[in-house]
Ligand binder design. Structure first.
Ligand SMILES: C[S@@+](CC[C@H](N)C(=O)[O-])C[C@H]1O[C@@H](n2cnc3c(N)ncnc32)[C@H](O)[C@@H]1O
Length: 298
C-alpha cells in the first residue's frame, strides 16, 4: 500500500460539489483557514510587491490572504492539482490578473519555476493546510523550494495535526484527543467492534517540528523556526470540521484501524456518536487545539 492509498482522499478527482463544501468550512469554523494563512504571512514577513507561490491553493482562501499582503504590485502563483478546487478559486478571484493559476502537482514546483524563468527569483513559498498531502518525498520538496528561492527567500508552511498530541518547545499540545480516543473506543466496544489498541498515525513526522527542522537544515536553509499556534476553534469544533469536511467525504480516519475497515457511512455514524458523547468533556479541558508552523530562510 502506498502512502497515497493511506491518505486516500483523491483530491484530483474531487467534484465541483465538494469544492463548494470545502469553501464553506472557513466561514463555518471562525475563519480558521484564513487566520492560519494570515499567520504564515506574518511569520514570513510578506511585503507588498513580492513574488510568492501558494502551494496547494485549494479554493483560494489562502491565496486571497497572501495576495492582500503583497498587493497591489506583487505576483502570486497559485498551484493546486485539483481542477475542481482551482476553478472555485479562479471564480472567486477572477478579477485579479496578477494571480496566475496552475493546475499542477506541488512536486512540479521546480520545473514550473524553470519554465516561467523564475528560478532564484521567488521571495516566498507558502503552503497552508496542504503539507499533509505532500507525503511522497518531503526532503526533495524542501530541496526544490530551496533551489527556486532567491537568497534570503522564505518557505513557510503549517503541520496541521490539530486533534492528536504534538510536542513543541518542551510542551505537549492537543491532549484533549485522549478523551476523544477513549470515547471512540467505548462507542466501538458498545457497538460490537474491535476497539483500537491506541491512536495510530501514518506519519510520525507530524508529532513535532523536529524531523522537518532537520530536513530543512540538511537541504541548506540558513535558519529554521517553529511554533505551536492556537487555532480559533474549540476541541469539539476541531473534531467536527474534520468529520464534516473530510471523513464524511471519504478521507480515511488514519487514527483508527477499526474505522478504516468500515464503510464511510458507518465511520461517520460512529464518529458522530463519539463526538456528541464527549463534546462537553473535550471543551471542559479548556485546551485550545494547536497546529505547528514552520518557517525557514534561505
Ligand atoms: C486542505 S486544502 C488547503 C487549501 C488552501 N491552502 C486553504 O488554506 O484553504 C489542501 C489542498 O492541497 C491540495 N493538494 C493535494 N495534494 C497536493 C499536491 N501533491 N500538490 C499540491 N497541492 C496538493 C488539494 O488539492 C487541496 O486543494
Amino acid at each position: 500500500m502506498t502512502k497515497s492509498d493511506m491518505v486516500g482522499f483523491g483530491w484530483k478527482q474531487k467534484p465541483a460539489a465538494y469544492a463548494k463544501v470545502y469553501d464553506h468550512l472557513d466561514e463555518t469554523y471562525h475563519h480558521f483557514y484564513s487566520k492560519s494563512a494570515a499567520r504564515l504571512c506574518q511569520l514570513a514577513r510578506l511585503q507588498p510587491g513580492q513574488t510568492v507561490i501558494d502551494l496547494g491553493c485549494g479554493t483560494g482562501t489562502s491565496t486571497a490572504v497572501f495576495w492582500k499582503a503583497i498587493s497591489p504590485s506583487g505576483h502570486l502563483f497559485a498551484i493546486d492539482p485539483s481542477e475542481a478546487m482551482l476553478s472555485c478559486a479562479r471564480e472567486k478571484l477572477s478579477q485579479n490578473k496578477r494571480i496566475q493559476w496552475m493546475c499542477e502537482d506541488g512536486y512540479n514546483i521546480l520545473s514550473l519555476c524553470q519554465q516561467l524563468n523564475l528560478l532564484g527569483k521567488i521571495d516566498c513559498v507558502l503552503s497552508s493546510w496542504t503539507y499533509y498531502y505532500l507525503y511522497e518525498d518531503r526532503e526533495q520538496l524542501h530541496r526544490d523550494i530551496h533551489t527556486l528561492l532567491r537568497p534570503g527567500g522564505k518557505w513557510a508552511f503549517n503541520i496541521t495535526t490539530c486533534t492528536s498530541p504534538i510536542e513543541c518547545g518542551g510542551e505537549t499540545y492537543n491532549q484533549f484527543s485522549r478523551i476523544y480516543d477513549f470515547t471512540l473506543n467505548r462507542v466501538l466496544r458498545e457497538k460490537g467492534y474491535q476497539p483500537d489498541a491506541g491512536r495510530t498515525t501514518y506519519d510520525p513526522q507530524f508529532h513535532s517540528p523536529e524531523p522537518n527542522r532537520i530536513m530543512l537544515s540538511r537541504v541548506g536553509f540558513a535558519s529554521v523556526e517553529t511554533e505551536a499556534w492556537p487555532l480559533p476553534l474549540s476541541p469539539s469544533e476541531a473534531h467536527a470540521f474534520l468529520l464534516e469536511g473530510f471523513v464524511r467525504h471519504g478521507a480515511k480516519p488514519v487514527f483508527s484501524k477499526t474505522l478504516e475497515s468500515l464503510s464511510i457511512p458507518k465511520r461517520v455514524q460512529l464518529l458522530e456518536e463519539t463526538l456528541s458523547s464527549c463534546s462537553n468533556e473535550l471543551n471542559a479541558t479548556g485546551e485550545v487545539p494547536h497546529i505547528l508552523n514552520v518557517w525557514a530562510v534561505k
